[in-house]
Structure formats: structure tokens, C-alpha cells
Design a protein around this ligand. Sequence first.
Ligand SMILES: [Zn+2]
Length: 268
Amino acid sequence: MRDDGIDMGGTAARRPGEPWRELNDVGCGYLSVYFSEPLARWPIREITRPADNKSDPNIETGTYGLFSTCEPGMRNRIVHDGAATVFFLTTRKKHQGRVISGYYHLGWYTEGTQGAVNRDYALAADTVRFIDPILATDLPEPLATLCSAPFRTMKPIDALAVASLRSLCDERPDRTKEYLGEVTRIESFARARSGYAYPSWAREGGFTWDDADDYYQTDAELSKVPNSSKSRKWRCRVCGYLIKSGALLKKCPLCKQMATLAPEEEVA
Ligand SMILES: [Zn+2]
């Protein structure tokens, strides 16, 4: 437990104040699948994913959807349904199958840069716990079937499944510090190779709470922006820069303005 009251394996972050609001918890939750880093010893997010560097789950701040545009539908439902516990699943190597690596218990939410009009909510955890990964098929039933059945990116789960998965995670040693160490190590590795920890965003450093202020919703005039681009190309409406990215980025890599990118679709 940290001195600011957030249970997170001893890392430095802070309890969210403004503009964060308390998230309702009705007991249910989500399973959330993420790409894991092939170069890491622990299954952290895929920081080095080519042209699509990943910032979520952002365990260094205990946030989800603050720095990325991942899973707007899930974030929206979490806020509106009070589904406050998210379990993270990933596949390390195809033949090994899916593992559960940890969970967030979410305590707060706020509007992200794209605003509520785009269902863009950022989520912040009051508890972050990552563990020695458990193979989904090794879980007791019905959790094994629930977690290993094919679904693409996320699945809502009921309160009973949340309670069972959470107690399985809580009875295992907390490895969050080891995961955090791998985030730092992989960022340094990427920086040594390209000059950037996150080359797809021209971002040299990692993420801390000091970066959060740039990612809050401040523009009341926001319009709807598609979350995907068939061409994987995006144009900045401020500086005109054309970027290639698998996902919509919240910040323009060139002019560093927020919420300025829109899909650039090829004209047939
Ligand atoms: Zn720009």
C-alpha cells in the first residue's frame, strides 16, 4: 500500500484529484486482451509493436485509456455500468495460449481528449496487481472456459466471476514491481535503438502522472472522430502532418497538439 493510499506494489504515482470523478462499482467487470511485449521477461504491453506502440495497460500510472485510444466501447461501458474490475489477458506465444496477468480495480474516471461525444473516458485504478501469469486453461472451471473461449478484445463478466478471479490473483505474490521494471527496461532498449521510447509517436520518455494534464478533455467543441483508419494514415488538422499508425493517436507526434488527428482515407 502506498502512502497516497493506492495499492500498487510500491510505485510512485498519486491519487487522482481534479478532474477525476469516483467510479461506481456494482461488482461486475471485464476481461481485456492486450498485445504483450515479446522482448520482455514479464507480459507487459507491447511497447515496441511496429508502427503501433502500446501505452495501455499503463501500469506505471495505473490508468487505461488516458494515453491511448484503445477500447473506447469498453471504457464507456465501464463508466456507465459500474463495471469496476478489469482483468488483463494476453497471449505470450501462440502455442502457449492465453494467460491472465493481473487486474485493475478502478476507482476513478474522467473524459479523455476526444471527449464523451466520442465515448472517450480515461480510467484510473485504486488497486493494481500483476502476478506470475496463469494459463487460462489452468484456471478452475467455469473460469477456464470463460477466459480461454475465443473473443477478440474484451468481454463483460458478472460479479461472481470477478470475485473468483480477484481472489485467485490476490492469493498469489504481487509482481507489479517486476512488471514496472520491464516497462522501464524495454523503453530504454527502444530509445537506444531509435532515439525514442515510442517511435510511432516520436516520444522519448515514458509515462508519469506529470503527463496526464495534457490528456484531459478541454475542448468543448469536439466533434466525432472515427477511431480507425482503413489506410492506417492520419492527418493532423493543425500542422497537416500525415502519420502512419494502426490506431488513432491522442497527440500529434509532430506539433504535439491534442485531439487533432483524423483518418486520411485513400480516394478510389
Ligand atoms: Zn500536428
